[in-house]
Every structure is written in C-alpha cells, then in structure tokens.
Write a protein that binds this ligand. Structure first.
Ligand code: PLP
Length: 358
C-alpha cells in the first residue's frame, strides 16, 4: 500500500460545460499523481499534487535516448452513478512488461492501480457523464538522470495525468479507411514492438503522414522482415472475420498486447465463435476479399473500443469491406464491451473495477 500524500489545488480550473465538445487529450484536470524513483531507495514520495509544469534539466536522459513508457486507460460514470475503470490490472501487468524491456524499474501492480485510483478520486468531478465520454488516464514514466551517456537511468518519475475526453463516436460508428504500409515498418521481433513506449510512435509518424496525405486515417503495419504478415494498426490491434471465423495476429513480440484485444478474444470465444491467433498474410486477406469471404475487419483499442474498417488500401488496390458499414460481430462486441463497462450488462468476467462511489 502506498502512503499517498494529497495536496489539493487552491486555484481550481473551470471545468468544461456539460455537452461541450471535449475532443481527445486536450484538456487536463486539476491534479496529477507523481512518484519518484531513486536507485537504492526504490519508488518513493507518492503524491497527488496540483497539475503543474515540470522543471527538469534539459540533460535528462528521457529527452535524448527516449527511455520512457506510457499506458492508457479510462474511467467513466456507470449507470449506477459510480466511477469505474476497465481491467486496470492488465495495464499494471503490461507496464512491467514494458519496463523490463526498457530497463525501467518495475512498479508493484497494486501500487500502479492505487496511484490511478487516488488521483481519479480527487478529480472525480472532472469525469464527463455525457454518453460515450470518459476520463482518459495517462500514466507514464520518464528517465530523469542528468547525463548524456547511454545507460539506464538511476532516477525516474512516474506520473499520472487525466484528460476528460469526448465520445469517440459522436456521429455514429463510421468505418475508417486504412492504408497498408509497404515502405516503412514499425517493429521487429526482438525489438520493442510489444512495449508501450514513445519510440514506437515516433517511428510510426512518417507512415501515418503518408496515409493521411492520401486520405486514410491510419496505417496497418506489416511484419518488418518479410513485409507480408499483418501486425497491427496505429494504436489498435486488428481483427478479421473470414468465412465465419475470427482471426487476429498472434502476439509475436512485435505487436502491442492490447487489453481490448484480450477482451474481444474472450468474448468471441464465450459466444462459441472460433478464434484463431496466428500469422495472417496480406495475401490471405486479399484472397479472402476476392472470394467474398472477408466479412468484417475491425481495430480494437481503449479509445474507440472497436473501430470498424471500411476500406483497406494495399498498393494500387482498395478493398471495400462489408459495403463500408459496421459488421454484425463488430457491433455486438462494441455493445457488449461498453455495456459491461457501464454496468448495463452482467460482468461475467469480473472486468469492471470500482474506483469510487460518486
Ligand atoms: C495501446 C495500444 C494498443 C491498444 O491497446 P489497448 O490496451 O486495447 O488500449 C494497440 N496498439 C498499440 C501500438 C498501442 O500502443
């Protein structure tokens, strides 16, 4: 158990008005969580403090060699008016997988969850309640040694900031167009593709810019060696429904193990569907499309839950999926996950986590 010191702001900011468009990741609440790490001392001084700018040396290692990690999850108001999160234990476990890869000290899972719970509870009045809105939670760790040599830092800061965010699907669930990238790659086995870290995103920007310039909203990455097997989309894992079966790339070390991905696999299996986690080539997808067997394609991630894919652009070909409409299984998964999150549906898997009573 952390002994978290709480210092409340004396100058609270104006909260967005009910119904005001929030967007994503642009507004921040009144408080943040901070905890320091010092080699020999471990993690220390856990505290909730007013949201503030940091004052750190420009020589901090995070600025030069990118030793950092982050997580992303949400808190929302359930139908009973209480505040919930979805499977935060999974984010805590993934944090340590990321940390091990990046030589960042591990964080006890229960401390990770407790830290988030503490700051969300202090800022609970910031959680928007309009349908589909939520409080996006961004935990992250940065390396803070003042040093330009290359080595793991001896000091770190773990912080959690909170951002009230709008409904992802304010105007209905519209399928997205996806660009299959054939020039750049995101990650390779043995690299850090499975870790949630800024470097993977820095590496993805050039592909994303290309896709945007062509009118596609996101990039689908192929494997970095053969440029043949499907990996994942920008910040989402990817699923295909081919001839009645659900197929998704296996966790090979180069893709991010999404909490939503795991939830979708569990749900589909519980409905008696066949789910295959395996290698899937772009040729297999194109072939299935040609034969009319590519029934649905969707991305999965915390922000959108499900993002149906209506168009897949591969070289000079554009595959249109399910007439550019959301598919039946995609819709059912979306309704079920959001239903469990809000407490409209029974939580058979024990995925809901109570943060605080309103
Ligand atoms: C966070 C992330 C995902 C989705 O993970 P969830 O836990 O479902 O939100 C997928 N791919 C990448 C690259 C990510 O960073």
């Amino acid at each position: 158990m952390l002994d978290i010191k709480i210092t409340r702001t004396t100058t609270p900011k104006a909260k967005p008005e009910k119904g005001a468009p929030l967007g994503f990741g642009k507004i921040f609440t009144d408080h943040m969580f901070v905890m320091d790490y010092t080699e020999g001392l471990g993690w220390h001084d856990p505290r909730v403090v007013p949201f503030h700018n940091l004052s750190i040396s420009p020589a901090c290692m995070v600025f030069h060699y990118g030793q950092e990690m982050f997580e992303g999850l949400k808190a929302y108001v359930g139908v009973d008016g209480k505040i919930y999160m979805f499977r935060p234990d999974m984010n805590a476990k993934r944090t340590n997988k990321t940390n091990r890869r990046l030589c960042i000290p591990e964080l006890p899972e229960e401390d990770f969850v407790q830290a988030i719970q503490a700051v969300v509870t202090v800022d609970k009045d910031w959680i928007p309640a309009d349908p589909g809105t939520s409080l996006y939670i961004r935990p992250f760790i940065i390396a803070t040694d003042e040093y330009l040599g290359v080595k793991p830092s001896d000091t770190y800061k773990f912080m959690v900031i909170l951002s009230p965010s709008g409904a992802y699907y304010a105007s209905g669930i519209n399928p997205v167009g996806i660009w299959i990238e054939d020039e750049y790659v995101r990650a390779v086995k043995g690299g850090m593709g499975f870790a949630k870290t800024g470097g993977n995103y820095a590496c993805s920007l050039a592909g994303q810019v290309k896709a945007h310039d062509d009118g596609y909203s996101q990039v689908l990455w192929l494997d970095g060696v053969e440029r043949k097997y499907i990996e994942e989309v920008g910040a989402m894992n990817i699923f295909f429904k081919i001839d009645g079966k659900i197929v998704t790339p296996e966790l090979s070390g180069s893709i991010l193990p999404g909490v939503t991905r795991d939830s979708v696999i569990n749900l589909c299996k519980s409905w008696g569907m066949e789910v295959e986690e395996r290698r899937i080539s772009i040729d297999e997808v194109a072939e299935a499309h040609k034969n009319g067997k590519l029934e649905e394609v969707f991305g999965t991630g915390t922000a959108a839950v499900i993002s149906p894919v209506g168009k897949l652009r591969w070289k000079d070909d554009v595959m249109v999926i399910n007439n550019d409409k959301i598919g039946e299984v995609s819709q059912k998964i979306y309704d079920t996950v959001t239903g469990i999150q809000l407490g409209k549906l029974e939580d058979k898997f024990g995925w809901r986590f109570l943060v605080c009573e309103k």
